[in-house]
Design a protein around this ligand. Structure first.
Ligand code: SF4
Ligand code: FE
Length: 489
């Protein structure tokens, strides 16, 4: 029965097994990684993506985690959904908050979802203008991804070289991904995409341009998808602060969040062949900006969900630390927890608002309100820093000076640590240490990649949002409002 209803959905275990079948070309810490699935540094990031499959199987989360396919009418994972209403957009944000709460990490599957929706609506408009076949190509790809419940990495950010020069003016022409050969059966691409969240846990990669293009950048205006184990693709995993704690024995405590994490990589496309039916943009430079702007809008909305869920965990950890320190009743501690909550819910409010104010595109899927999504992300570049500052304030200095798990296990020092690092008498020293390590993980350990710096630069650095806010803010209309009230003719 169950199998019939959710035919297209993979279980978490099936997802893990499906990744084992990929022949990915991955390097990390100077070595080729032949078994990424069981690698202790990478496994927590896979577990976070697995959670997007696990929750979709649970009846209590079905309404958030699944959706109805726009293409086939089948039940699909919401991470593959083409949003069909503002309600869908709101559910997306709620789903992301839920996953942030369950993983306290980046669960990686959102970039593909956001790239899906941007590519769907843009290809429709390109086809209308040029009579091309990109939308049909893309719909077939979506259908394939839905039917196999795939994780798709959305690849946007090129290395960009000299930021003052356009793609075709770079000293090295490969600093933006480009078409190096056009063949009757497809194209050959070369270049790289940086900061690729979750690429090593993905079945497919959907590549989009990263900036608006001019006519001379024709070879750089390219969008396509290929399986992640396509010949010519190399992934070089990024380091995270404290990553090698995961390799140590007897260091589970020190890791802070043993089960979950995020992952990023530099992905190189060294003359990768893309067949015609997987091409979604091929030289139509004037549409590069549209696809970028729409993707960025969706991804700025996303942060109003995922960062809020992680923030929920951090606020909870800070409150626990206060309890365990015996400081929970202090009025300034209570006030700091209120401030953290206020900031976190403000992020959420913008995520919900830009969704509720969404609109239907020509292709029929829904786009968020651009101004509110950019306000959302601009807040995200700030508030998690303030929330972590307050968490560190409440936690106290021990979160960065406490000894290792091995010292707790050493008979010479263990009892000393038990005795002298005790907080309130009815909470074990070990529980107090666990919550401090979780705070450390989020504020300056492996998860800080996602919760802090990614909040700054992910989905576009702060200035990118300010440009959009300036464009969308409609100052002219506001001047008219003021003139009318002031009776200026
Ligand atoms: Fe999803 Fe957030 Fe990770 Fe981006 S940072 S992939 S929105 S969890
Ligand atoms: Fe991101």
């Amino acid at each position: 029965m169950k199998g019939m209803v959710i035919m297209a959905l993979m279980t978490g275990e099936e997802y893990v097994e499906s990744l084992r079948k990929l022949k990915l070309n991955i390097y990390m810490l100077g070595e080729k990684i032949d078994n990424p699935v069981d690698n202790p540094i990478l496994r927590p990031s896979l577990n976070s993506v697995k959670m997007t499959y696990d929750l979709a199987q649970m009846p209590e989360y079905e309404y958030l985690m699944t959706a109805t396919s726009k293409i086939t009418g089948n039940k699909i994972n919401r991470f593959l959904n083409l949003h069909q209403s503002t309600e869908d957009l709101v559910k997306k944000v709620k789903m992301q908050r839920l996953l942030g709460q369950k993983t306290a990490a980046c669960f990686q599957r959102c970039v593909g979802m956001d790239a899906f929706n941007a590519t769907y609506s843009t290809t429709y408009e390109i086809d209308k203008y040029y009579n091309t076949k990109y939308h049909e190509n893309f719909k077939n790809f979506v259908k394939y991804a839905e039917e196999n419940d795939l994780t798709v990495d959305g690849a946007m950010t090129d290395p960009k070289g000299d930021r003052g020069l356009s793609p075709s003016k770079q000293a090295d022409p490969d600093l933006y991904l480009r078409i190096v050969e056009r063949r009757p059966d497809g194209i050959v691409v070369r270049g790289a995409k940086a900061h690729q969240t979750g690429i090593c846990n993905s079945h497919e990669v959907l590549v989009l341009p990263t900036i608006a293009m001019r006519p001379q950048d024709r070879d750089y205006a390219v969008a396509f998808s290929v399986p992640t184990d396509t010949e010519g693709i190399t992934m070089i995993i990024g380091r995270q602060s404290c990553d090698t704690r995961k390799l140590e024995k007897d260091a589970d405590l020190d890791v802070g969040n043993k089960e979950f994490g995020g992952v990023e990589a530099l992905v190189v496309f060294d003359d990768v062949f893309v067949p015609n039916d997987r091409i979604f943009l091929n030289g139509e430079t004037e549409f590069a900006g549209m696809i970028v702007e729409r993707f960025a809008g969706y991804h700025r909305q996303s942060y109003g969900g995922c960062k809020v869920g992680v923030g929920d965990v951090l606020i909870g950890a800070a409150a626990l630390a206060a309890d365990y320190n015996g400081a929970a009743k202090a009025s300034h501690v209570k006030d700091k927890l209120i401030e953290m909550t206020h900031l976190n819910e403000t992020l959420y409010a913008c995520g919900i608002a830009c969704s509720a104010e969404g609109y239907k595109t020509e292709s029929g899927n829904y786009q968020i309100d651009l101004l509110l999504a950019n306000v959302c992300k601009q807040n995200v570049t700030r508030f998690p820093y303030e929330i972590t500052r307050l968490a560190e304030d409440i936690a106290g200095g021990l979160m960065v000076t406490m000894p290792s798990e091995k010292d707790f296990k050493n008979p010479e020092t263990g009892s000393l640590l038990e005795k002298y690092l005790k907080g309130v008498s009815d909470v074990s020293t070990m529980d107090r240490m666990k919550v401090l390590r979780l705070i450390e993980n989020l504020c300056l350990g492996t998860a800080a990649v996602g919760y802090r710096t990614e909040s700054m630069h992910g989905a576009g650095s702060p200035q990118a949002q300010r440009i959009m806010i300036a464009r969308q803010g409609n100052l002219a209309q506001k001047k008219e409002l003021a003139k009318a009230i002031a009776r200026i003719e």
